[in-house]
Design a binder for this molecule. Structure first.
Ligand code: C5P
Length: 239
């Protein structure tokens, strides 16, 4: 897979105009754009349609976490938008994930479009084992918890998970090489960690076997975002 197919650009801005400006600017380098809470709250669904009209794919990152009925109904609506990928929290449990997948498959079949890839968030890359233990009373650490949640997502028939670079090996071992790992927390040498804790460079993520790298600030806060994408792509290609 070429680097273009592996790099997901996080459109973490609040207006549709700015988001589309970024899509147009990086169009030659990026095929998948991520619409998350910020942009979705600021611009709504219409931005997704406009990204699609530009021939690009959308990863809708709304991280669903609710009762199975609510999540499956939302999944059905999201599927109708024709997004390439969307996500939910594995910690919502297996029933929530199963119902979500079923809704996405049924809706896709009904309207004759490809089934979106459904990806489960394991442990956010902004969390550490200490935070899990001290704030959430989860004692078995990040790696143990990621493995538990990834295995649950696999059992529910989902396509893969979101996890940091540091857990890719254990996920592939537990769930198989085809089970997709989407990796945020990517920090090239020129970027500060910001609020991310379990970070890695683009090269490390590729070496560990990441299927997709999600990058936001490392590219968008660079004085020359195009230059930043070029540098990241070189790292990914020469990994
Ligand atoms: O700016 P940065 O590269 O840290 O952005 C990472 C993006 O990936 C953000 O949009 C964030 O919401 C998203 N993300 C994440 N950790 C997850 C899931 C998604 O950082 N576990």
């Amino acid at each position: 897979m070429s680097y273009r197919k592996k790099l997901i650009l996080a459109l973490d801005v609040s207006s549709e105009d700015r988001a589309l400006e970024i899509v147009d600017m990086l169009s030659d380098y990026v095929d998948i754009f991520k619409v998350g809470f910020e942009l979705f709250s600021g611009a709504g669904f219409s931005v997704i349609e406009k990204i699609h009209k530009r021939g690009k794919r959308v990863f809708l990152d709304l991280k669903f976490h609710d009762i199975p009925n609510t999540v499956s109904r939302a999944a059905s609506l999201i599927t109708q938008l024709g997004v390439y990928m969307f996500n939910l929290h594995a910690s919502g449990g297996i029933e929530m994930m199963l119902r979500c997948r079923e809704a996405a498959i049924n809706t896709s079949e009904k309207i004759g479009i490809p089934v979106p890839k459904i990806i489960a968030v394991t442990v956010l890359t902004s969390l550490t084992s200490e935070i899990l233990k001290e704030e959430l009373s989860i004692a078995h650490g990040v790696k143990g918890h990621v493995k538990t949640l990834a295995s649950l997502a696999k059992r529910a028939g989902l396509d893969g998970v979101v996890a940091s670079c540091h857990e890719i090996g254990l996920i592939k071992k537990a769930c198989g090489a085809d089970f997709i790992v989407v990796t945020p927390g990517i920090r090239p040498s020129w970027t500060p960690p910001d609020d991310q804790q379990r970070t890695a460079t683009p090269r490390e993520a590729i070496r560990q076997g990441a299927d997709y790298l999600v990058m936001g600030r490392g590219i968008l806060r660079h004085p020359e975002p195009l230059k930043a994408v070029e540098l990241v792509s070189i790292e990914m290609l020469t990994g």
